[in-house]
Design a protein around this ligand. Sequence first.
Ligand code: CTP
Ligand SMILES: C[C@](O)(CO)[C@H](O)COP(=O)(O)O
Length: 383
Amino acid sequence: MTSSIATIIVAAGRGTRAGGGPPKQWRRLGGQPVLAHTLDALRAGGLTRLILVLHPDDMTRAQGLDLHGVTLVAGGATRTASVRAALDLLSAAPPDRVLIHDGARPFVSARVVGDVMQALNDYPAAAPALAVVDALWRGQDGFVGAPVPRDGLFRAQTPQGFHFAPLLSAHRAWPGDAPDDVEIARAFGLSVALVPGCEENYKLTYAPDFARAEAMLQARKPQMTDIRLGNGYDVHRFGPGDGCWLCGVKVPHGRALQGHSDADVGMHALTDAIYGALAEGDIGRHFPPSDPQWKGAASHIFLRHAIELARARGYALANCDVTLVCEYPKIGPHAGAMQAELARIIGVEVGRVSVKATTSERLGFTGREEGIAALATACLIAG
Ligand SMILES: Nc1ccn([C@@H]2O[C@H](COP(=O)(O)OP(=O)(O)OP(=O)(O)O)[C@@H](O)[C@H]2O)c(=O)n1
Ligand SMILES: C[C@](O)(CO)[C@H](O)COP(=O)(O)O
């Protein structure tokens, strides 16, 4: 038989030790109120019936939270009074079990929640805690006094879990305040099982605890891979000659491509794709055709420049793909050599470079064999 469970989140305190500003449970962590993280963490632990105890002055702040499955209740002047208000509310439709969690512990893990719930199958109460590992001393007027044996000492955490009926009786029998509900349950005679807590489940208490929380959130963020894509397109016309430079290979042909440089249309398209990925314009920006020093230049100069620029910015070429559009010369027999040459210039393995070709079905300027067009895509990856 499954038992019903409700979770009380106490969040009606004023957070005076955390310093100025809004109460700590309403301060923002990673752009959201602390309480939004706490609710998310508890839901991730499978808890759905949630009682959120708020200070009467904070009720309107709750509108910014995801209140699905949440009942709001006004808290009291002490933590104990706040828990009691929630227990009284629940007593109208009592669950079998209740977990009580500090709103100021936003990083509780599903594992801790699960361990507490599991322990309630065998015990009337259970609480997470961490063994004290450091040596303990009593301080005496600013000096180290007598050591305190640390064996058997634990640092208490929440959620603390209880069978509901005995806990309600324990609270109703308790006269005043208490640091937590374990103390009240034990005073009533309930045995409380220890389950392992976790370091991340610390309570935001003092101002520096917020910097630690921000750092934890930052570390949890999936690291975004910086991937950049660029495309390039180029056309050169045919003129007299005995072959075309295409992707670094001279392909025998009855004509040659005309241009200011060696007119390697494929390498130009690829170079522009790399510049495009870097948002660095095109070849014309880096090697102006008006500058006579680039007349007849070998196009690998341009490609090397683009890839060096990428490296200087911290990018490597992940892969590239060049498509040549022409009826003639036939590219297929030379595509392997072109891939190898481009890979050599770029400094990557051949498997990252693709060269392929298509005709335009005799349509347009390429179909009329007036020139060759080339398209290229380059993918750069940071790191
Ligand atoms: N009257 C109170 C006092 C405390 N709490 C809640 O109990 C949890 C643990 O208490 P603590 O860390 O002591 O919170 P504060 O009382 O807000 O802090 P401070 O003592 O620094 O003012 C917090 O989530 C807090 O909001 C509560 O619901 N009602
Ligand atoms: C309930 C509690 O969080 C257990 O660690 C703690 O007792 C309440 O907070 P305080 O900082 O001790 O007031």
